[in-house]
Write a protein that binds this ligand. Structure first.
Ligand SMILES: [Zn+2]
Length: 121
């Protein structure tokens, strides 16, 4: 049985205040890069509205772009994701995302910079 939306909010609530990040509601086509080092992390096509208030993605741009670490803080077992290049904290990945991956990469918008695919004049 999949967890409810409400439990997703609880999981995310330790990080940014919900819906405070500028990229959460961003639906433009482009690429999301690490705010620390500029590494390409996610494509906009993998972004989905999880309802949890943070930018959420089903799959990284490259499986080698991010590193996963077990995080046992706050009495929960979670998987922290960090940038493989600079080691910067990105967010967490949860096993309750949509198909096909079934994963939800819940990322702090402060950890991302967005580049539009085609700059509008
Ligand atoms: Zn980085």
């Amino acid at each position: 049985m999949p967890p409810s939306r409400r439990s997703s909010i609880t999981y995310c609530a330790r990080k940014e205040r919900p819906f405070s990040g500028p990229l959460t509601q961003n639906h433009e086509t482009g690429n999301y890069h690490c705010a620390g080092c500029g590494a390409l992390l996610f494509f906009s096509g993998a972004k989905f509205d999880s309802g949890c208030g943070w930018p959420s993605f089903t799959i990284p741009a490259d499986s080698k772009a991010i590193s996963e670490h077990e995080d046992l803080s706050f009495g929960m077992r979670r998987i922290e994701v960090t940038c493989s290049r600079c080691g910067g904290h990105l967010g967490h990945v949860f096993p309750d995302g949509p198909r096909p991956t079934g994963l939800r990469y819940c990322i702090n918008s402060a950890s991302l910079t967005f580049t539009r695919e085609k700059e509008q004049e």
